[in-house]
Design a protein around this ligand. Structure first.
Ligand SMILES: Nc1ncnc2c1ncn2[C@@H]1O[C@H](COP(=O)(O)OP(=O)(O)OP(=O)(O)O)[C@@H](O)[C@H]1O
Ligand SMILES: [Mg+2]
Length: 379
């Protein structure tokens, strides 16, 4: 951990690690959905569960017809929830009233495939329609509309009507319209499909800024693999089911940290990213006991920040800092903890459960070898 960018990445990882207890922006809980009636009734979503935290950028992918737009429109209140529970910005959507729906929609920004721009209005006026509907006064809205359209590369075309704009330019007007009221949640269906690489990048950069500065949550349905790198989470759907849900950004940063440590260097990228998915982050106050001599060992620890003391029979025998690990002996030998580990400063640890730890050992003989080497030199 010697270069500045590594340090930055590690601090980002520690600062943005999702807190289990934090409120959710979107909470999809066992949602089923059906189209059609009677004999034509067909189930298109099966038992979907998806939890999204404030400020997360989620990319949803999957084959055509897998249910992405259906799920997105359910989250956006554009379709009624039939079965299960779906909470958006704290509001339950199952059985929601019309008034509550109207209020909630004001806090959501929509950017959908069909741009639906008004042909008789200019780019500027199309965006102002959105702010007018929300009752945002002109003096506040106008400069913001102008700045956003400029930002999206439409500076020279602010007062053009849609018919004088290319497909990509129209799409950018739709993007501006979707985010102009600074919503808490943005739902975008293929927002970059009609854009060239550069404007596609500009759109996702704006998304990233909104997510970071305003804790705006963003769900993007896309097949565009040029923008996958902005995702905090990638969700894949197949045949109406969420088949994978990975905290990609967190895992990438954690893998980068782990791969610099001798112990983890020996793992290949696939195993490393799989294992990164299993780690939890835990924080300890100075003076607190992280593990206790004599206790049964159920977890393995890697220090992300801070220093700890190793104590045997009440005597301090060693100290460990960032990048060091502890807790492995009890797990390997299936014995009680042979030492107490106490936080000397504020400590953040990446923690792996026994079963996951053992599955890494089984997956890599060089990992086990490294581990034994480390234990041997330490004693
Ligand atoms: N209004 C509708 N009435 C009946 N069936 C529908 C309706 N809308 C979608 N479906 C069906 O529901 C399934 C899921 O469709 P959905 O539009 O959610 O998929 P998608 O993942 O967004 O696909 P794409 O990538 O092509 O946009 C498909 O089988 C589709 O044919
Ligand atoms: Mg779709």
């Amino acid at each position: 951990m010697n270069t500045e960018s590594n340090d930055q990445q590690l601090s980002e990882l520690l600062a943005t690690w999702p807190v289990e207890s934090a409120p959710l922006s979107v909470d999809v809980d066992h949602v089923n959905h059906f189209y059609g009636v009677g004999e034509m009734r067909k189930q298109v979503l099966f038992d979907n569960v998806l939890k999204i935290r404030p400020g997360e950028i989620v990319i949803m992918t999957g084959p055509s017809g897998s249910g992405k737009t259906t799920l997105l429109t359910l989250i956006g209140t554009l379709r009624s929830v039939q079965e299960g529970s779906l909470k958006v910005l704290g509001q339950e959507l199952l059985g929601i009233s019309a008034t509550a729906t109207t209020e909630l929609r004001k806090r959501i920004g929509f950017i959908f495939q069909a741009h639906n721009l008004f042909a008789s209005l200019t780019a500027f006026q199309n965006v102002r329609m959105a702010t007018e509907l929300l009752g945002i006064p002109d003096e506040k809205a106008n400069p913001r509309i102008e700045a956003t359209l400029k930002r999206l590369g439409l500076g020279a075309r602010i007062h053009y009507r849609p018919k004088a704009l290319s497909g990509g330019q129209k799409q950018r007007v739709a993007v501006a319209r979707g985010l102009i009221h600074e919503p808490g949640l943005i739902l975008a269906d293929e927002p970059t499909a009609a854009l060239d690489a550069e404007s596609g990048r500009e759109v996702v950069t704006i998304f990233q800024e909104l997510a970071k500065e305003q804790q705006c949550t963003i769900v993007i349905v896309t097949h565009d693999n040029r923008i996958l790198d902005v995702a905090d989470r990638i969700v894949s759907m197949v045949d109406g089911r969420i088949v994978s849900n990975v905290l990609i950004r967190r895992n990438t940063l954690l893998s980068q940290f782990l791969t610099q440590l001798d112990l983890f260097k020996v793992l290949n990228t696939t195993i490393l990213s799989k294992i990164a998915d299993k780690f939890d982050l835990r924080k300890f106050a100075p003076g607190s006991e992280i593990i206790k001599q004599g206790d049964a060992g159920t977890e393995f620890f890697v220090i992300g920040a801070g220093n700890v003391a190793i104590e045997i029979d009440g005597r301090q025998v060693n100290t460990l800092g960032q990048g060091s690990f502890f807790g492995e002996v009890a797990l390997i030998r299936d014995q009680p903890r042979n030492a107490t580990v106490r936080a000397l400063t504020s400590v953040s640890c990446f923690v792996l459960e026994k079963d996951d730890f053992q599955s890494v050992i089984q997956s890599s003989s060089s990992f086990e070898e490294e581990l034994r080497k480390a234990i041997f030199t330490r004693q």
